[in-house]
Design a protein around this ligand. Structure first.
Ligand code: 0RA
Length: 636
């Protein structure tokens, strides 16, 4: 086998360059933990993606080998192997050993620096115990090997080949990645899926030889497919709106689709980097959408003259979109370098998306109307919530002494000694009123049915009479006007049935407290009552069990003691208990158990809330079914 110009002179500068990477790896790949380790793979794959963006590559294969090394193989042009005039070295060697050399000499099109730091494969080489680059082009197969970034062979011709492309195989250096070399299949797969969505018709075949798992990503529709994927469990309001256009050197691409939910799932990318902190492209997109929807709604008479324009927030609910821009010199800002800063991009994106979305609305009046109506709903909900809040604030200011009629207050005036039971349902409320110690225990019955409707939004809940009564009873006001000094009860106790509806209402109340009365939770005032699940009677003696296990143990013990009958009654709701039973099992401070609600519990409820109330029906059913057995726990 022949050898093409072998490396001879060791270029001092080149070596110094890569030494810098080994000395401060964090500067080049972010960190030396698992994130940095995965970044090595992304860096190599990004180079292959650049070939795909240049239109000369449509297939990338990534393989994790059993020994932990990784191969990235593409069918691009292949890294050039001829002598690079400035250095007198084979171009392959320059690309692999010179920092920033990248793949960017003399290329046009959208071969943009997409790696996070744009340092190219040489940084990966520097941080690898060994690396092997194989290039296939001009009918030949070339190979060069490196150790810790240094060439340990020349660029050798090792065979013939009738294909084109580059294969980089590397073993991360364990003396740098001290946490060990353990690639996570799911982390990599997630990233490759995203890359494939962003590069239409590119195949990324991913194989893990450690356990023979494999996944191949290919999306005919690119970011259109991405949006369909994000909306796959939702009812959509129209087909995906798609635009791709170059404007002043920036390639702008967007896919947009509303669904019937309330969540906002908009992801923005710049040069294939997920800009989680947004930036000028996202700002331009939001401006375009709001402007075009307002203009259309006015023109079509869907927004009346006396009605205000939609705000950007009004146009966000149920919106799923991908914005992807590609530009020659991206400027990234923010701590995480995940915010696009190029000022000119805002106007470019706004113009491209504005034009396309406006055309879509004009050409599809039926769908346009549905979108506008959705914005109207959002806008009215926001207005109603605001009005309700203001009303509540005004009320609590003006009529702070006016307590709700349904509140059975206690006689104690000292808040430190008082407690409030919030009770689900009128019948349980009746029992609680009779069973309580009226000296220090107040009862506020809430009619569960009203709250327990699907798709109830918190906005509506604030306007709800039951919740207004609750706010008035507590005396604190809500949100920014919340004042703990005015709290009328030291303990606020939520008492609901130990069934699915009870857990639903508990979630709602916890979410309400979490969003509007957080200090109440933080200062330890919020509790959950623990009613028993079973009443067990044995020889005229009554016992209560608060869990299945407790019941089983009790029944076993009582049955063994003698042959007398053991009568087991399962409580389906609080309403089944008479006032005395409710007092002795759940309300008597000497015998009851209360669970104190922590801010973590409430935050968890808050996350659950949207799923329970907002999402489409099937996930909600699934959720309630899977959790139905655990309703006695706080993980509602
Ligand atoms: C330098 C120049 C050219 C391509 C590349 C590097 C290149 C780098 C990598 C890294 C992984 N796969 C790659 N594929 C290509 C342009 C080559 C030409 O114009 O022929």
């Amino acid at each position: 086998m022949s050898t093409v110009p072998s490396y001879e002179a060791t270029d001092i500068q080149v070596l110094e360059g890569l030494e810098a990477v080994r000395r401060r790896p964090g500067m080049y790949v972010g960190s030396t933990d698992v994130r940095g380790l995965h970044h090595l793979v992304y860096e190599v794959v990004d180079n292959s993606i650049d070939e795909a963006l240049a239109g000369v590559c449509d297939h990338i294969e990534v393989t994790i080998h059993a020994d932990g090394s990784v191969s990235v193989r593409d069918n691009g042009r292949g890294i050039p192997t001829e002598i690079h005039p400035q250095t007198g070295l084979p171009a392959l060697q320059v690309v692999m050993t010179k920092l920033h050399a990248g793949g960017k000499f003399g290329s046009g099109g959208y071969e943009v620096a997409s790696g996070l730091h744009g340092v190219g494969v040489s940084a990966v080489n520097a941080l690898s115990a060994w690396l092997e680059a194989v290039v296939e082009r001009d009918g030949k197969k070339y190979r060069q090997k490196y150790e810790r970034g240094n060439p340990v062979s020349g660029v050798e011709v090792v065979g013939k080949s009738n294909r084109r492309g580059t294969t980089i195989t590397f073993m991360p250096d364990e003396s740098i990645f001290k946490g060990g070399i353990d690639y996570k299949f799911d982390t990599l797969a997630q990233r490759f899926r995203e890359m494939a969505f962003l590069t239409r018709r590119l195949t990324i075949a991913f194989r893990d030889e450690r356990d023979e798992r494999e996944m191949t990503f290919y999306f005919e529709g690119g970011i259109r497919s991405f949006v369909r994927y994000l909306n796959k469990n939702r009812e959509v309001l129209h087909p995906v709106v798609y635009v791709e256009k170059e404007i002043n050197g920036t390639l702008v691409e967007a896919a947009i689709q509303y669904n019937d939910g309330t969540a906002d799932s908009v992801y923005a990318f710049a040069n294939n980097i997920n800009t989680v902190d947004g930036g000028t492209h996202l700002t331009g997109f939001r401006a375009a959408l709001t402007r075009t929807i307002n203009a259309y709604a006015r023109k079509a008479g869907l927004l009346k003259e006396n009605e205000p324009n939609f705000t950007a927030d009004d146009t966000r609910e149920g919106l799923t979109a991908i914005i992807s821009v590609k530009l020659q010199e991206p400027q990234f800002e923010s701590q995480t370098k995940a915010k696009l800063g190029n000022a000119e991009v805002k106007g470019q994106v706004e113009s491209v998306i504005g034009e396309a979305f406006s055309a879509f609305l004009e050409e599809n009046p039926r769908e346009a109307r549905v979108i506008v109506e959705k914005c109207l709903t959002s806008s009215r909900a926001r207005e109603a919530a605001k009005a309700a809040r203001e009303l509540v604030f005004r009320k609590s200011a003006l009529e702070s002494s006016t307590l709700p009629g349904k509140l059975a207050d206690c006689s104690e005036r000292d808040a430190a000694k008082s407690e409030l039971y919030i009770v689900e349902g009128d019948s349980a409320g009746g029992s609680a009123k009779q069973g309580r110690d009226r000296h220090f225990q107040a009862i506020l019955p809430l009619r569960g049915k009203i709250l327990n409707t699907e798709r109830t939004r918190l906005d509506k809940i604030l306007a709800n009479n039951e919740v207004k009564a609750l706010i008035a009873a507590l005396g604190t006001g809500i949100g920014d006007n919340f004042s703990l000094e005015n709290l009328r009860y030291n303990r606020v106790i939520v008492m609901t049935d130990a069934d699915v509806d009870g857990s639903h209402i508990r979630t709602l109340l916890l979410t309400f407290f979490f969003r509007y009365m957080q200090p109440l939770i933080e200062n330890g005032h919020l509790f959950i009552a623990q009613p028993p699940l079973y009443r067990i009677e044995h020889k005229k003696q009554v016992h209560y069990a608060y869990s299945e296990a407790e019941k089983d143990a009790l029944v076993a013990k009582l049955s063994k003691s003698d042959g007398a009958n053991v009568d087991i009654q399962r409580y389906k709701g609080l309403g089944e208990m008479n006032p005395e039973q409710l007092w002795e099992t759940t309300m008597d401070p000497a015998r009851r158990t209360l669970l104190q609600v922590t801010i973590e519990d409430a935050a968890e409820a808050d996350r659950t809330f949207d799923m329970l109330m907002g999402a489409s029906v099937p996930p909600r059913r699934r959720f309630i079914q899977t959790h139905a057995k655990e309703v006695r726990n706080l993980d509602v």
